[in-house]
Design a protein around this ligand. Structure first.
Ligand SMILES: *Cc1c(COP(=O)(O)O)cnc(C)c1O
Length: 429
């Protein structure tokens, strides 16, 4: 294929040659980094493959169960495969865990009892957990069941506040919740190595403290997972990284057998636990999605790095920056105006395989103080391993974006975001 054939294909989808030109050298400059990402994906691919082979995965495991779901050998095998991939004792991987927030809720409420305290040594947790824990008063929160919460913020340069953490660990501190990804905050994302340091410190202070990691957006970005550096529980969503884009629903909880069982008793019923829960024919997608996940995550990661380098070169503030190491797939770009944020999101939407013809507009989303714009044209509703972007319409006008089922699609989405800014006269290239 001639390179001008490829350029013509981009032009036929609405990308101006000037926009394309601007990005050519940036992509060339990333070859070495992309090679490193490919090697991580290769390693993780082998890890997933080995877990499937070791557990003798077979087509009988793809059969559907209904009703109570007793003897669902597909489900049980999926959980063994997850446990092996994460080097954990046990796993709960279920379509009945309807989101990441739900999986975290089940892990917390299954393992905490009245009088216990939760400690977050990494600052405020993800927005949706505020209601779960009861940081903001919410019906049914853990606070209503007599579970208290304390928090130690990261230091201004992103490090752990060791003294503060030491002072915060008390007799009734039962569980530490450690969020790996920055989510939509402006703190750095934690590497697995850093999480390991924190866990070692916590266990020295209190050997029986349960260390739970919110692993959302972090799976397969590195070769290690938090369960390999001492995490007792690791929790995430299947419509993010580990579902590989194919899981239509679900969440996972992996870790120590006792803690996973406690979570299972909460998800289903005390005494029933993991023995029930029909999978209704979803097992094949959950297995196949996990099989593809290392590759899918590598594409999303390349997209995030590509975008960081393009927007950094254009003079915008990007977090993480173009050259730093990555520990999750989220990219923030501060565009300094509402007009630019809206144009960016319109580009992401216009690049989607689904609903490319709709125009996203800012709206007053419940629970937000300002208008929010969201761009997503995904096969699975709300899936953020698929290319998606959102931004609150307020200064400093930062857009957060993530995902891309393939590197090529992530690249195209970023080019289209640039195209929309260009058409609005907001770029000088
Ligand atoms: C997405 C996310 C969650 C919540 O997951 P949902 O599936 O959206 O409920 C929790 N924590 C972090 C860090 C996340 O990125």
């Amino acid at each position: 294929m001639q390179i001008n054939e490829l350029n013509a294909a981009y032009q036929s989808l609405g990308i101006d040659p000037k926009v394309l030109d601007y990005c050519v050298d940036i992509e060339k400059g990333l070859i070495e980094r992309f090679y490193t990402i490919d090697k991580i994906a290769e390693f993780n691919q082998l890890k997933v493959l080995k877990a499937m082979q070791d557990n003798r995965l077979s087509d009988v495991h793809f059969a559907a169960t209904t009703g109570y779901g007793y003897n669902d050998i597909g489900r049980d095998t999926l959980e063994k495969v997850y446990a092996d991939v994460f080097h954990a004792e046990d796993a709960l991987v279920r379509p009945q865990l309807i989101s990441g927030t739900h999986a975290l809720t089940v892990a917390l409420s299954g393992n905490l009892r009245p009088g216990d305290e939760i400690l977050s040594p990494v600052g405020k947790p993800y927005d949706t957990l505020e209601g779960v824990i009861g940081i903001t008063e919410t019906k049914g929160s853990l606070a209503e069941f007599g579970i208290t919460y304390s928090q130690v913020d990261l230091l201004s340069e992103g490090g752990f506040d060791w003294e503060g953490i030491k002072a915060a660990v008390k007799k009734n501190t039962k569980l530490a919740t450690i969020q790996r990804s920055k989510g939509y905050a402006s703190r750095p994302t934690l590497s697995v190595e850093k999480i390991g340091e924190l866990i070692r410190f916590l266990k020295e202070l209190k050997p029986d403290i349960i260390c739970m990691v919110d692993n959302c957006y972090g799976e397969f970005v590195e070769t290690l997972e938090p369960t390999q550096v001492g995490a007792d529980l690791c929790v995430g969503s299947l419509i993010k990284n580990p579902g590989g884009g194919l899981a239509p629903i679900g969440g996972y909880i992996v870790g120590k057998k006792e803690y996973v069982e406690n979570a299972a008793y909460r998800l289903t019923a005390p005494g029933l636990g993991k023995e029930v829960g029909a999978t209704l024919g979803l097992n094949a997608s959950l297995f196949q999605g996990l099989f593809l996940a290392p590759q899918v995550v590598s594409g999303a990661l390349k997209g995030a790095i590509y975008a960081a380098n393009i927007y950094e070169k254009l003079g915008y503030l990007v977090l993480p920056n173009g050259s730093e190491d990555r520990f999750d797939i989220i990219q923030a770009v501060t565009l300094n105006s509402a007009e630019a944020v809206i144009a960016f999101c319109k580009g992401i939407q216009a690049a989607a395989p689904v609903d490319s013809y709709v125009t996203p507009e800012p709206w007053a989303m419940p629970g937000y103080q300002c208008d929010v714009i969201m761009a997503a044209g995904s096969f699975v509703q709300g899936s953020s391993i698929e290319l998606s972007a959102d931004a609150p319409i307020k200064p400093p006008y930062t857009v957060f974006f993530q995902g891309g089922l393939t590197w090529y699609h992530a690249k195209f989405g970023i080019l289209m975001s640039l195209q929309k800014l260009y058409e609005k006269g907001l770029l000088k290239i």
